[in-house]
Design a protein around this ligand. Structure first.
Ligand SMILES: [Fe+2]
Ligand SMILES: [Fe+2]
Length: 287
């Protein structure tokens, strides 16, 4: 008997070993930063256990995007100079590059395109949150942005083999690409992404960003606003052609998200017009 595509997806998703991994320290650091009483020296200690992460992190902290002008030569200095949340964001950039900076063929994304897209969404989601005076969660908007499409890395091969079917469903039924993906493969990239984050032991708020970034109105109320920042940033980046793949044309902008973060048409247009500047900023995220 032939195994159906749904069963094949299911078996990959349920097999933790087949899901992408990142250094263990990253999940620990993300959870530690979530704790308002944490001692930053413990975080520095944790990061320093991973030599590769530490080396790249110090380079990134001195790059144009994060640098505050003073040269940073140690983890302690990085935390004192940039703040613990910025350092956590930098850890995320360093740790996820290997997973995201690959060709994602089923979605028609050449090598580097998903990475650029996710970084652009991270930078823009943070910028919107800051402009909306949501300072306390701006860093989480950034972290969520970086990983929001991580599920595509796993689902891509299946999307590739079922691509015609998915597209036909989108066109005949007038549904979104993600809905068609779900109906044919049994999963969409949001749910796969959530599974990956569970494997990485990431906190619920990040799982909700990944799970609901295309349907912010369905997100649990406590996290709906942060999901909305990533959703809106994602839409703007796609409209601007950053990381637009086979599914990009079938994306919708949620009214609920627009209302919740109180973003006007003028503001949307302005952020859209800032895309070249954002792409420029990404160049400053080098390590
Ligand atoms: Fe997505
Ligand atoms: Fe995206």
């Amino acid at each position: 008997m032939q195994i159906s595509i749904k069963e094949r997806v299911e078996s990959v998703i349920n097999n933790l070993d087949q899901l992408p991994s990142i250094p263990e320290v990253v999940g620990k650091v993300i959870n530690m930063v979530n704790d308002p009483n944490v001692d930053f020296r413990l975080i520095a200690q944790e990061i320093s256990k991973d030599q590769a992460i530490t080396t790249n992190l110090l380079k990134l902290c001195n790059s144009a995007y994060f640098s505050k002008g003073k040269e940073i030569t140690s983890l302690d200095r990085a935390i004192v100079t940039l703040g613990i949340k910025e350092v956590k964001d930098a850890v995320m950039v360093v740790a996820t590059k290997a997973v995201l900076n690959r060709a994602i063929l089923g979605y028609d994304l050449q090598r580097g395109m998903l990475w650029e897209h996710n970084l652009a969404v991270a930078v823009l989601a943070k910028q919107i949150a800051l402009e909306k005076k949501d300072r306390t969660i701006a860093d989480i908007a950034f972290t969520g942005g970086i990983i929001h499409d991580v599920g595509k890395t796993v689902l891509a091969l299946f999307v590739q083999s079922a691509f015609k079917e998915i597209l036909a469903k989108v066109e005949t039924e007038g549904i979104s690409f993600q809905q068609a993906e779900r109906s044919i493969l049994g999963y969409d990239h949001q749910e796969v992404g959530e599974r990956i984050l569970s494997k990485w032991k990431f906190p619920q708020i990040l799982k909700d960003i990944v799970r609901y970034h295309h349907q912010p109105e369905q997100a649990p109320e406590e996290h709906r606003k942060i999901v909305s920042y990533v959703h809106v940033a994602n839409s703007i980046c796609l409209m601007g052609g950053i990381g637009i793949g086979s599914d990009g044309l079938y994306h919708e902008l949620s009214e609920v998200a627009i209302k919740l973060i109180g973003i006007t048409d003028e503001e949307l247009n302005r952020f859209y017009a800032e895309i070249p500047e954002i792409v420029q900023k990404l160049k400053g995220l080098n390590f």
